[in-house]
Design a protein around this ligand. Structure first.
Ligand SMILES: NC(=O)c1ccc[n+]([C@@H]2O[C@H](COP(=O)([O-])OP(=O)(O)OC[C@H]3O[C@@H](n4cnc5c(N)ncnc54)[C@H](OP(=O)(O)O)[C@@H]3O)[C@@H](O)[C@H]2O)c1
Length: 289
C-alpha cells in the first residue's frame, strides 16, 4: 500500500520577483539545491508589473511565501514595504532577499557578500586597489559598500551622472575612502581605466539578448586590469572576451549569482545548499541555450 504523505503535497514556496524575470537563473539553481537536499520546497519566478509591487507584497503574506528574491527593478523600491531591514542592507539602500515569518517581512542584501566573496575565492585582493565601477544601480550599491572597506579609490561611472555622485556621497558617510561619481562618457572611461587596477561592470550592457555589446571599448582595456563582469548570461560576455584578448585577468558573474543565492537559501531553510550543484545546473542550462 502506498503511504500518503500529505505534507509533501504542500511544499513551502520560495520565489523571485522582477520585471522582466524571464532571464533569471534563480529557479534553476534554487530548485536544484532543493532537490539535492530533498526538501519540501518549491521555487517559482513571478513577473510583476512595477505598479503592482504593493499587491505582490500583500501576496507574499496572503499566500505565505517563505522566502523571496528581489530582482530588477525592485531592489530599492521594496524597502518601504518591509517590517525590518538588516543594517547592512539599510546602508546599501537595496534588498535582494526577504524572509517572511508569519507576515513579518525582513530584508537583507546577499549581493554584497556574494559578489565580493566571488572575487576573493578567485584569488584576487581588493586591498589598496583602484577600482573603476560601471553603473550605480542596486548591484553597484551593494558592491561599492563592501569594496569601500578595503579599496584605495573607487570611481563610479554612470549614465545618470547624479546617481553616481549620490552613491559616492552616501559611501563617504560610512567609509574614509576616495570615491567619486562621474558621467558615463568615453573620455572618462579612457582616463579612469588607465589608472584602474580593477574594472567592474554592474550595468546590464552585454546581457542576453544584447550579447554583442560591451560597456567599454576594447582599446581602453590593458593587461594589468582585472575585469569583473557581474553579468552572467551569457557566461562569457563580450567584455570578458575583450578582456581575454587584451591579456587581462577576468571573472564573470556566475559565482556571484551562486553565492548570493546560496546565502539566501541558507537563511530561508537553515540548510547549507550544495553550491557546486547550483552552479553546474546553470552551466548546463546556459550552455544548452
Ligand atoms: N551576478 C549576479 O549575481 C548579479 C547580481 C545582481 C545583478 N546582476 C546583473 O547586474 C546588472 C545590473 O543589475 P542591477 O540590479 O544593479 O540593475 P539596476 O539597479 O537597474 O542598475 C542598472 C545600472 O546600469 C545602468 N544602465 C542600464 N542600462 C544602461 C545602458 N544601456 N547604458 C549605460 N548604463 C546603463 C543604469 O544607469 P541609470 O542609472 O542611468 O539608469 C544603472 O546604473 C544586470 O545585468 C543583472 O543581471 C548580477
Amino acid at each position: 500500500m502506498i503511504e500518503k504523505n500529505f505534507s509533501n503535497a504542500h511544499p513551502k514556496v520560495l520565489c523571485v520577483i522582477g520585471y522582466p524575470i524571464e532571464h533569471s537563473m534563480s529557479p534553476i539553481m534554487q530548485n536544484a539545491a532543493i532537490s539535492e537536499l530533498n526538501l519540501n520546497y518549491v521555487y517559482l519566478a513571478f513577473n510583476i508589473l512595477p505598479i503592482n509591487l504593493n499587491l505582490a507584497v500583500k501576496g507574499f503574506k496572503v499566500f505565505n511565501i517563505t522566502g523571496i528574491n528581489v530582482a530588477h527593478p525592485f531592489k530599492q523600491k521594496i524597502l518601504k514595504y518591509l517590517d525590518d531591514i538588516d543594517p547592512i542592507a539599510q546602508k546599501i539602500g537595496a534588498v535582494n532577499t526577504i524572509k517572511n515569518d508569519d507576515g513579518y517581512l525582513t530584508g537583507k542584501n546577499t549581493d554584497a557578500e556574494g559578489g565580493i566573496q566571488a572575487l576573493l575565492d578567485a584569488g584576487y585582493t581588493i586591498s589598496g586597489k583602484n577600482i573603476l565601477l560601471l553603473g550605480a544601480g542596486g548591484a553597484a550599491r551593494a558592491l561599492t559598500y563592501v569594496l569601500a572597506k578595503e579599496a584605495k579609490k573607487i570611481i563610479v561611472v554612470n549614465r545618470t551622472k547624479k546617481k553616481a555622485i549620490n552613491l559616492a556621497n552616501e559611501i563617504k558617510i560610512f567609509f574614509d575612502i576616495k570615491i567619486e561619481g562621474k558621467e558615463y562618457h568615453n573620455s572618462v572611461l579612457k582616463d579612469e581605466s588607465e589608472k584602474a587596477d580593477i574594472l567592474i561592470n554592474t550595468t546590464p550592457i552585454g546581457m542576453y539578448p544584447n550579447i554583442s555589446k560591451s560597456p567599454i571599448p576594447i582599446e581602453f582595456l590593458h593587461k594589468d586590469l582585472l575585469v569583473y563582469d557581474i553579468v552572467y548570461n551569457p557566461l562569457e560576455t563580450k567584455l570578458l572576451k575583450d578582456a581575454t584578448q587584451k591579456g587581462c585577468k577576468s571573472l564573470g558573474g556566475l559565482d556571484m549569482l551562486v553565492n548570493q543565492g546560496a546565502l539566501a537559501f541558507e537563511w530561508w531553510t537553515n540548510k547549507k545548499p550544495n553550491s557546486s550543484v547550483m552552479k553546474k545546473k546553470i552551466i548546463e542550462f546556459l550552455g544548452n541555450k
